[in-house]
Design a protein around this ligand. Structure first.
Ligand code: ZN
Length: 89
């Protein structure tokens, strides 16, 4: 078992712990097993999409799920300007 694997496994357990605490302590973001959760704030992530290049430019890699607010705040902090369009799914 490599250190990389151990680190990833611990990250998953850490995220699950934070998600559990979040669902108990922050009832505003009620637990919903059908939705992915933002890796930064823990709230459920609703549909939004960006291309891979923009995602990597803002987050540094293609891993994780980000809500729009955390993604936009990170982009702003890095001086990356985002343009939004509303589409019908
Ligand atoms: Zn978030």
């Amino acid at each position: 078992m490599s250190w990389h694997y151990t680190k990833k496994t611990l990250g998953i357990y850490w995220f699950r712990l934070l998600a559990r605490l979040n669902s108990i302590l922050l009832p505003t973001y009620a637990d919903n097993a059908d939705c992915a959760r933002c890796r930064d704030c823990g709230r459920t992530v609703h549909d939004w999409h960006t291309d891979d290049a923009t995602f990597v430019a803002v987050t540094g890699n293609l891993g994780g799920v980000w809500c729009w607010d955390c993604f936009a705040a990170t982009a702003r902090a890095k001086g990356i300007s985002l343009e939004c369009t509303v589409t019908r799914g």
